[in-house]
Write a protein that binds this ligand. Structure first.
Ligand code: ADP
Length: 221
């Protein structure tokens, strides 16, 4: 893990240092060149900062002092609300969406802030790794006192050989690791830990031919 962290921090930090040095040395730079260099410095510091924030979050979730702020919540109503909040994001990026959430009331013990993070991570991934036009579906069902929330997309999918490791920190498909849009590889680890802290789980269902389906399980009360 330390190897992964140092590798992922080294690139943005070297870039920040390199461009800052250039800015100091080259006194005859045009305003436009200056702006371009500053933009690279800003983007790389955001990348390093995002990685550190997510690492902090992951270690918080592992700490013995960590506890959720659980409140009895109607998960159907709550999910309808957060899915509604995702709509502008999906529309802006040209994604199709469908929400299948029953009109019933189903109660669970929820830390809504933390739980929101799971949905946000899954939505960000669906948008980040799939082309515009992809259909994202969020469905809620109840089976044997368990609430099942399936977050699916009909996009590029996750290769079978990575499926069992995808929730481990720093596991990424292809070189999304190095691409500009690629994240830190911590999002799914964080999301799974939050689901587990609720007495539930986050899994990848592999019975689909196309795209990815992530299933959040959480006990109903
Ligand atoms: P990251 O911060 O890199 O997004 P995650 O842990 O959230 O890390 O995801 C791990 C990897 O799983 C991603 O880098 C991506 O390659 C792959 N992935 C996650 N969600 C999807 C998805 N909906 N469609 C395709 N690939 C995905």
């Amino acid at each position: 893990m330390i190897l992964d962290i140092s590798h992922d921090l080294k690139n943005p930090m070297s870039s920040i240092q390199g461009y800052a040095e250039l800015l100091m040395k080259k006194k005859d730079m045009t305003g436009q060149e200056c702006d371009e260099h500053l933009k690279i410095i800003l983007n790389n510091s955001k990348r390093a900062n995002r990685l550190l924030t997510e690492l902090f979050e992951l270690s918080q979730l592992d700490s013995p002092e960590f506890s959720l702020k659980l409140i009895e919540t109607d998960i159907c109503e709550y999910l309808r609300q957060i899915c509604g909040e995702l709509v502008p994001q999906f529309e802006r990026e040209g994604f199709e969406y469908e929400f299948n959430i029953p009109e019933d009331s189903v109660f669970v013990m929820l830390d809504t802030d933390r739980f929101n993070r799971i949905i946000q991570n899954l939505a960000t991934n669906a948008i980040r790794y799939n082309p515009a036009g992809t259909l994202v579906t969020v469905s809620l069902t109840v089976q044997n006192h368990q609430v099942l929330i399936d977050f699916s997309d009909d996009g590029i999918g996750i290769p079978d050989h990575l499926a069992s490791n995808i929730f481990k920190p720093f596991v990424r498909v292809d070189d999304s690791r190095n691409s500009k849009t690629g994240g830190s590889g911590l999002g799914l680890s964080i999301a799974k830990k939050i689901a587990e802290a609720h007495g539930g789980d986050l899994t990848l269902l592999s019975d689909k031919n196309k795209g990815s389906t992530f299933r959040i399980t959480i006990p109903a009360i």
